[in-house]
Design a protein around this ligand. Structure first.
Ligand code: COA
Length: 265
């Protein structure tokens, strides 16, 4: 089943797996503002699907998984809007992706550059096809990596690796990226998606709530998100309690709650 609002961000549900594809091959899957918004929207829709247990993120076939933020789009913005909108909206969408309850597997079937690497960094596992190259070329254009390329990328890959890419312009081929921990697996050209599907099917056999809460805890340990995780876990506990049932019954019956009373189930 297909479910899409911007055709350049394709979302296909094939339960238990959702496949998100950046689909703008003529521009090497570069992301503009509307695509970023569509990405956030796709994440919201995935989050609501109980039958989806893993997400595969990839690019439409071509040279790039994604060549990053659309240079023509952001370079035309007034400077202050770069921070107000371009960076902020990118963060909102990428945060949603990184914090999806379902594990995300990125298939780098082409180069991942700049925002393309920032996008891949949101995934829980990265598969690179053997021909791809990975880097952060932004400072060479006179701009900064603004979709968490100096933040989440540092948390996930380590600051030294980010320095090498972002300050010195090093670009890594897939095997080197594997050795450095930028990616987790290398696949033959054209084989990344089937490798990801095999991994996704093993994820789908695991306990969904345990997987979701474990992902939250790992994200919290990493500094990905702290406040929401604490409140979400506490909220899940409270929402499942006899105390809440009594509180709601009391509210509906317009009487004081009696939390000492043995609750009715
Ligand atoms: N934003 C907007 N358009 C982009 C783009 C980007 N980040 N990356 C590629 N494109 C466009 C090109 O402008 C070109 O469009 P056109 O055919 O209308 O001229 C098309 O995609 C193909 O790219 P091209 O540069 O012709 O391909 P190439 O094989 O010669 O080079 C790259 C490939 C990846 C080396 C080169 O496209 C590149 O350096 N892209 C920018 C990467 C980058 O700096 N990303 C960070 C951006 S903040």
């Amino acid at each position: 089943m297909s479910d899409q609002c911007d055709p350049r961000i394709r979302l296909e549900f094939d339960a238990p797996v959702a496949v998100l594809t950046v689909s703008r091959a003529d521009k090497l899957n570069a992301l503009d503002a509307a695509m970023v918004e569509a990405l956030a929207d796709a994440c919201r829709r995935i989050e609501r699907r109980d039958d989806i247990r893993a997400v595969i993120l990839t690019g439409a076939e071509g040279k790039a998984f994604s060549a990053g933020g659309d240079i023509e789009a952001w370079s035309g913005e007034p400077p202050e809007d770069f921070g107000r909108f371009w960076v902020r909206e990118g963060h909102e969408a990428f945060d949603r992706l990184a914090r999806l309850r379902q594990p995300v597997i990125a298939v780098l079937n082409g180069h991942a550059l700049g925002g393309g690497l920032e996008l891949a960094a949101c995934a829980d596992l990265r598969i690179a096809e053997v021909h791809v190259k990975i880097g952060q070329p932004e400072t060479g254009l006179g701009i900064i990596p603004g979709w968490s390329g100096t933040q989440r990328a540092v948390r996930r890959f380590g600051s030294q690796l980010v320095r090498r890419m972002a300050l010195f312009g090093e670009v890594f081929a897939a095997e080197e990226a594997l050795r450095l921990g930028l990616v987790d697996q290398v696949a033959e050209e054209g084989e990344g998606l089937s490798m990801a599907r095999a991994i996704a099917s093993t994820v789908a056999k695991r306990g969904p709530l345990a997987t979701e809460t474990t992902k939250m805890l790992v994200n919290m340990a990493e500094g990905e998100e702290v406040g929401r995780v604490g409140e979400a876990l506490a909220g899940m506990l409270a929402a499942n309690s006899a105390e809440l049932r009594e509180g709601i019954s009391a509210f509906r019956e317009k009487r004081p709650a009696d939390f000492g009373k043995k609750p009715k189930d």
